[in-house]
Design a protein around this ligand. Structure first.
Ligand SMILES: [Zn+2]
Length: 82
C-alpha cells in the first residue's frame, strides 16, 4: 500500500542538483537554502532561470518535425524536410 505524502519529492537544488535538500526560510518565504551545498537563492533567481529556459524551449518547439528515418535537412524553397 502506498502512502500519500506532501511536498516536492526529489526537487533538485539549482546550484548543485542534489535531490531533496532544499529548504525555505519561513521568515520571508522567499529565500531558499540547500543543505547539501549550503548555497542560498531566492524566488527571483529561480524565476529568472525559468524565464530564460522557457524562451529557449518555446523556440525549440518551433523547430520543424521530420519523419523518423528521413532526413532532417530542410528544403529552403518549401520549408519542409525531405
Ligand atoms: Zn545545493
Amino acid at each position: 500500500m502506498s502512502e500519500t505524502a506532501r511536498g516536492f519529492e526529489d526537487l533538485p537544488c539549482p546550484k548543485c542538483m542534489d535531490d531533496g535538500t532544499v529548504t525555505v526560510y519561513l521568515s520571508d518565504m522567499d529565500t531558499f537554502n540547500c543543505t547539501a551545498c549550503e548555497e542560498e537563492f531566492t524566488r527571483g533567481e529561480i524565476e529568472a532561470v525559468v524565464k530564460q529556459w522557457g524562451a529557449v524551449l518555446a523556440w525549440i518547439d518551433t523547430a520543424p518535425a521530420y519523419q523518423s528515418g528521413g532526413s532532417n535537412v530542410i528544403d529552403l524553397k518549401t520549408g519542409t524536410g525531405s
